[in-house]
Design a protein around this ligand. Sequence first.
Ligand SMILES: [Zn+2]
Ligand SMILES: [Zn+2]
Length: 258
Amino acid sequence: MMIDYCYHTHTKRCGHARGEDEEYVLNAISNGIKVLGFSDHVMLPHISQNGIRGDFSLLEDYLSSINRLKEKYKEQIEILIGFECEYLEDFVPYYKDLLKSKKVDYLILGQHCRIDKDNNVEWYFSKDTPLANYTKYKEDLIKGMRSGLFKYVAHPDLFVPSIKGEFNEFFINMSKEICECAQECHIPLEINLNGHHYYRPYPSKEFFSVAKDYSIDFIVGVDAHTPNDFARLKEDWYLSFINEYNLSILPRLKMKEY
Ligand SMILES: [Zn+2]
Ligand SMILES: [Zn+2]
């Protein structure tokens, strides 16, 4: 099996990724990628989060740069434009507008934080994560899956690196609820190649040993933050991981229907 796509790619606009957009395209081509989806951390109107996501004023630059590359490299690679978004109730109309106006081809769900009406950001996971935050994460993720706005769930197991003790009943049940919802909503879950360095890494063995028992499709995501991150697709460890849990990997995301 050879993964020849990536739908999870960031750009320097988010403030914690490096390189020019074109370098991502060139590296993707040289790593055998046929479909490259850009999905930078979504820029949100009236929200400023330096180093986390690009300012809203960068939206047009993002769209025009990727659209230019889409055209320039169309003979060599199919380029798609999207965003990685948190499910945030206040921004549902904005997300719908991005899709309806065809400014973007797709959105993926990456639930990193909550943002309240006063622009306060609440991160779910930290060095000392209260159990209640895992529940919040699970509930928000489920709302996001049910919204129908997203093509897949990025790093569903984002919560694993912050777990201190054992992956006990609480975490098993939480994983089950996430997977039940994914199965019911027919939404693919990502095997994310950007969490391998954590002491408690993702993709997580604990999470996927639960997920494997559901009829869910999976999708590999590089979560590229530098142009040469696509070289990860040539590593063996994640293919062994996929084989170990016998996960069914989608050859492509279906882009037609929304
Ligand atoms: Zn990022
Ligand atoms: Zn993410």
